[in-house]
Design a protein around this ligand. Structure first.
Ligand code: ATP
Ligand code: MG
Length: 377
């Protein structure tokens, strides 16, 4: 496991060998306890950032000061990045912004984290340290704010979106969302406007990548969080899409889910990448278009074609036809037998492109059956 991997233990030893604490914290501990995959490793320490730099370098590791003023040094060892961050505590709150200072204990550090299940620590030997009662919450799959939810949200409104995101991934669908946390989120929706688009985009995409974000998104809708982060979006159809995805064995995809939510301007509001924005646009255009499954497979490839067929079924309530998947596969495998040079020199310039398109449409309509000779003849 990552926990006992040589390079990870080496990062810890660089610190503990000099008498400092090295504690795994946050998502890596939470996911290890849940048996879920771990993508990045956070280590908390009482060593100050400059000490972390020196100790890691002296141990032959490669420390990079990725967030030095926040106390973070990234040590790349093995294939996973290790983010080593000095313990911090909130000194006081000036207006809405917490002023942080370095601290000496995990207890102090725990209080400035967001949810109890994200404030679990583990020693390099694997002993869990739970200063705030996160373990019972994790077992009950309850996403609970640390200390006063309302005050914590006003320090950082992104915690509203993180509340729904972590519930979607790790919460208990039977028990639903923590009522006091939900009420605090609803009371503070206006604060979402103050967040940078990048941060909102990251959280929304992670939320919509959960296996089944339906309950979280419905709660966001009811509490006003959805309309303040994705204007015009509605949660109603998402469970239908998720159900269809499961039937077709398709992995969660945030752009497909975003398309099912509807609404305006997601590319801008979430600062989507060019590739993401293009994908979303193509899905929306194709869902509104009239191309059948085979043509979609040919034009978009099988993955995007499946997205479109499921999104149409979601919107209309009519399940996709039995043979839609075969048609998509057939279209995706088909290769148009002509190229521009086949039509030259009889056609040139814009007329050439138009003629080629016309023949391609005829070929698609034939179920990809017309041959080169038939098309040219
Ligand atoms: P994952 O990496 O799977 O998304 P994670 O729990 O590691 O989950 P990160 O966003 O990587 O989430 O943050 C790491 C840890 O830092 C969290 O577990 C939490 O303890 C703390 N943290 C991150 N963002 C905030 C925040 N906005 N407010 C308070 N604590 C935070
Ligand atoms: Mg993380």
């Amino acid at each position: 496991d990552w926990f006992f991997a040589d390079h990870t233990q080496a990062v810890c030893r660089a610190l503990t060998g000099a008498g400092h604490q090295a504690l795994f914290v946050g998502g890596c501990v939470r996911n290890a306890l849940l048996g879920a995959p771990v993508t990045d490793i956070d280590i908390a320490t009482d060593a100050r950032p400059e000490q972390v730099m020196n100790l890691a370098a002296a141990a032959g590791l490669k420390p990079v000061p990725t967030g030095f003023e926040h106390g973070t040094v990234t040590v790349v060892a093995g294939h996973l990045p290790h983010e080593v961050t000095t313990f911090r505590r909130d000194v006081e709150t000036f207006g809405r912004h917490a002023v942080v200072a370095f601290a000496d204990t995990a207890e102090e550090d725990a209080h400035r984290r967001d949810f109890t299940m994200n404030a679990l620590y583990a020693t390099p030997g694997g002993e869990v340290i739970d200063p705030l009662g996160g373990l019972p919450d994790l077992v009950a799959r309850r996403v609970r704010f640390i200390d006063d939810a309302d005050a914590r949200i006003r320090e950082d409104y992104l915690r509203i979106l993180r509340f729904f995101r972590f519930h979607a991934w790790y919460g208990d669908p039977e028990g639903g969302l923590d009522a006091s946390g939900l009420a605090a989120c609803a009371a503070n929706v206006g604060g979402l406007e103050k967040l940078s688009r990048e941060r909102v985009g990251v959280e929304i995409k992670k939320l919509l990548s959960a296996p089944d974000p339906g309950q979280s998104v419905a709660a966001m809708d009811q509490s006003g969080v959805l309309s303040h982060s994705l204007p015009g979006a509605v949660s109603r159809l998402l469970p239908v899409l998720v159900h269809l995805e499961k039937g077709w064995g398709m992995a969660p995809d945030p752009m497909r889910r975003l398309a099912a939510l509807g609404g305006e301007d997601h590319a801008e509001r979430l600062r989507l990448s060019k590739a993401e924005a293009r994908k979303l646009d193509r899905l929306r255009d194709a869902v509104g278009g009239s191309a059948g499954a085979a043509e979609l497979g040919y034009r978009l490839g099988s993955e995007a074609a499946c997205d479109v067929v499921l999104l149409r079924a979601t919107a209309t309530g009519a399940p996709p036809s039995e043979d839609a998947r075969d048609q998509i596969a057939e279209g995706a495998a088909a290769e148009f037998p002509l190229t521009a040079s086949d039509l030259m020199p009889d056609h040139t310039g814009p007329a050439l492109g138009a003629r080629l398109k016309e023949l391609e449409a005829r070929w698609i309509a034939s179920g990809f059956r017309l041959t080169r000779e038939q098309l040219l003849g």
